[in-house]
Design a protein. Sequence first.
Length: 99
Amino acid sequence: MSEDHQMAVLVRKIITSNWLDVSQIRIRVTRGVISLQGRIEKIGGNPDEKEGTEAGMRKLDDELRSLKGFRGVAYFFDNWIRESNGSWRCISHKKEDKH
């Protein structure tokens, strides 16, 4: 099994261990660079957090970066953006104004 294929299997395991719907995410690994594309959707849990949380996105990112052979990661999610300072921002759901 190639190193990229082995890494893709581990990426899939990390995604599922974080209770994310792996069917909504396209995983590609080329020479140790991970590319994830699609939509973040949590399986089960709090309905208000169906699209995940910033803490959850940081955890996912940390786990991916700890993989042996990791050389980089690119995220192309429909509902989350990783800012240049490393923080995450959900861009699809609207928070209710509680005034």
